[in-house]
Design a protein around this ligand. Structure first.
Ligand SMILES: [Mg+2]
Length: 307
């Protein structure tokens, strides 16, 4: 039985009210129906044991992480996106009236050119971190994330370094607008440099929340770059890397993306992220610290079937 087939079977069992979050290795244990209509009753339960390779874990991230790590399709899409980014870069360089940033204003035609890119799942591939979390039955949390970032060993997304160097060779400054914490900025620089990304020697191009009063909302940082540079392209994996409003309900997010349909065909370059981001948090109403069962319940509730 393949992992993906097992996952679907487990998901189907959950939908039928059969819990298997703590199933013994290699076994599916029948449990009482999960009371989806009400909040789970808090009970003292021991911490889940680390998953063994044979344990069937009902994890909503498994397909997405494996797609990023193993699929030819992910690699092809990333390479194609950065190939198109090079074409769009040349076009925008030649047209001094062009800007990719909604925040750009004033006489920007005379400003030097820049690209604003996100870091995680845009330039650096952190799927190994998520894989580790899946294996231990945990989700993203700051302690394990910080430890991962401190290692400064995330590999580059396919095609990203080649694009970044292409831009640098043409005199374009690359700004890294990331929601990694300011305390992790130096390790992020080290990781970017080790992966082959260019970093300006005399300018802070890694812009994090916590600096200069910035928050995780990226628009003020785009505005800051736009004061001194003409922004040719935006590159990201999340709607928030392009426009304010990513933390809305799923339907509103889709409407926001459609409002800028022309941008996606030109100077907004989007990498796929199938396992986390504001799209995923919108499915659980932007609530954190939900149980795995509650996350799955809300996601199942968002499925659109044929009836
Ligand atoms: Mg990202």
């Amino acid at each position: 039985m393949t992992v993906s087939r097992s996952w679907w079977i487990v998901l189907g069992m959950l939908a039928a009210g059969v819990g298997c979050r703590s199933a013994a290795p290699g076994a599916l244990r029948t449990a009482p129906p999960v009371p989806f209509a009400t909040s789970p009753t808090p009970v003292a339960t021991p911490a889940p044991a680390p998953a063994s390779p044979t344990e069937l874990r009902n994890d909503d991230r498994l397909g997405g992480v494996l797609w990023q790590q193993t699929s030819a399709e992910y690699r092809a899409l990333a390479l194609a996106t950065f190939a198109r980014a090079r074409v769009e870069l040349d076009r925008a360089l030649a047209d001094r009236t062009a800007t990719a940033a909604l925040e750009q204003a004033g006489e920007y035609a005379v400003l030097p050119p820049a690209v604003v890119a996100d870091v995680d799942e845009t330039l650096l591939d952190n799927s190994a971190y998520e894989a580790d979390r899946i294996r231990v039955g945990g989700r993203y949390e700051p302690v394990s994330w910080n430890a991962w970032v401190e290692r400064a060993g995330a590999p580059a997304v396919p095609g990203a370094v080649e694009f970044a160097r292409y831009a640098a060779e043409r005199g374009v400054t690359l700004f890294y607008v990331t929601n990694r914490a300011a305390a992790l900025e130096q390790k992020t620089r080290e990781n970017l440099a080790a992966a082959g990304f260019p970093l300006a020697p005399d300018l802070d191009t890694v812009l994090t929340p916590g600096e200069r009063g910035w928050t995780s909302e990226k628009s003020p940082r785009r505005a800051e770059v736009a004061r001194s540079f003409r922004i040719l392209l935006l590159v990201g994996d999340d709607l928030g890397d392009f426009v304010t409003g990513a933390r809305a309900r799923p339907e509103e997010r889709v409407a926001l993306a459609e409002r800028y349909a022309d941008r996606w065909q030109n100077d907004w370059l989007l990498l796929p992220n199938p396992y986390y981001g504001s799209w995923e948090r919108a499915l659980v109403d932007n609530q954190r610290d939900l149980s795995d069962e509650e996350i799955l319940r809300r996601k199942l509730g968002r499925l659109r079937g044929s009836e």
